[in-house]
Design a protein around this ligand. Structure first.
Ligand SMILES: NC(=O)c1ccc[n+]([C@@H]2O[C@H](COP(=O)([O-])OP(=O)(O)OC[C@H]3O[C@@H](n4cnc5c(N)ncnc54)[C@H](O)[C@@H]3O)[C@@H](O)[C@H]2O)c1
Length: 253
């Protein structure tokens, strides 16, 4: 369990769900961690169970000033950054005809602008620390759509092409930074629990979601974490600009 030994990895949105699963898996693989969230209480709740050196920060990924503080704190504590996982996100459904400008922009800010701002602010430290790896948590919503998820689908599709563009630009500039995207389908986290609860009949809603998946079940966070660890590690040193779909066969049907 040393695939990330010696590496410093920053994970946003780490207070639960996928972010917590990534933090637990990265700790098991020997990484030193910077764990951030808008509300870091959830990180403090499990942090003592991690066998890893760690820095826990309150961090709004939509704010450039907050990114500057987070990266400065990372530099001060660890003097390096080898892995950056853009995981923080929101999946609030909005009916297109009723969506306000503010709701559209808020979705873009947290899901897409955060990847632009965060990668740009982290760039000098990633370059100094290279080989480095940026992992962007997009979604199958970048490839297939669901009614009521216009802004979410557009934001996650933006992350998909931003990933490829950064990967190519960094490679052509000779920067030692790989960039890849991960595209999960419905995985059991608070985001999906909220969607199920909003339906009024969570059990029925889960069955309906599962029907869209070839494996006929939701994913578990640890099933996404394995791919993220691979992308953060030097095992994937020839992988950049690639999209990693983890969807139980949803997009194959
Ligand atoms: N669960 C799924 O089925 C699924 C599928 C595809 C993609 N995703 C993506 O995976 C990522 C993680 O989602 P999850 O399912 O674990 O959901 P989650 O709601 O459990 O976790 C999201 C985290 O992001 C944090 N966050 C929200 N806004 C923030 C901000 N402005 N600044 C910092 N942190 C903020 C939240 O506090 C929360 O802890 C998201 O980007 C989501 O779009 C999830």
């Amino acid at each position: 369990m040393t695939r990330l030994q010696g590496k410093v990895v920053l994970i946003t949105g780490a207070a639960g769900g996928l972010g917590e699963a990534f933090a637990r898996a990265a700790a098991r693989e020997g990484a030193r961690l910077v764990l951030t969230d808008l509300d870091p209480e959830g990180i403090h709740a499990y942090a003592d169970s991690l066998d890893a050196e760690r820095l826990i920060l309150a961090h709004d990924v939509t704010s450039r000033a907050a990114w500057e503080e987070t990266i400065a704190a990372t530099r001060a504590r660890f003097s390096a950054l080898h892995g950056l996982v853009h995981n923080a996100g929101r999946g609030t459904p909005f009916l297109f005809s009723e969506m306000s400008d503010a709701q559209w922009r808020a979705m873009m800010a947290v899901n897409l602008d955060s990847v632009f701002i965060g990668t740009q602010v982290a760039l000098p430290l990633l370059e100094e620390s290279g080989p480095a790896s940026v992992v962007n948590i997009s979604s199958v919503a970048a490839m297939v759509c669901t009614a009521g998820m216009t802004a979410y689908c557009a934001s996650k599709a933006g992350v998909r092409m931003l990933t490829k563009s950064l990967a190519v630009e960094f490679a052509l500039q000779g920067l030692p930074i790989r960039v890849n995207s991960v595209h999960p389908a419905f995985t059991r986290t608070r985001m999906v629990e909220d969607i199920l609860a909003a339906s009024g009949d969570p059990a029925r809603a889960e069955k309906r979601l599962a029907r869209a998946i070839a494996l006929k079940r939701l994913g578990e966070p640890r099933e996404i974490a394995g791919v993220v660890i691979h992308l953060l590690s030097d095992e994937s040193s020839f992988t950049t600009g690639a999209e990693h779909v983890i969807d139980g066969g949803l997009t194959a049907m």
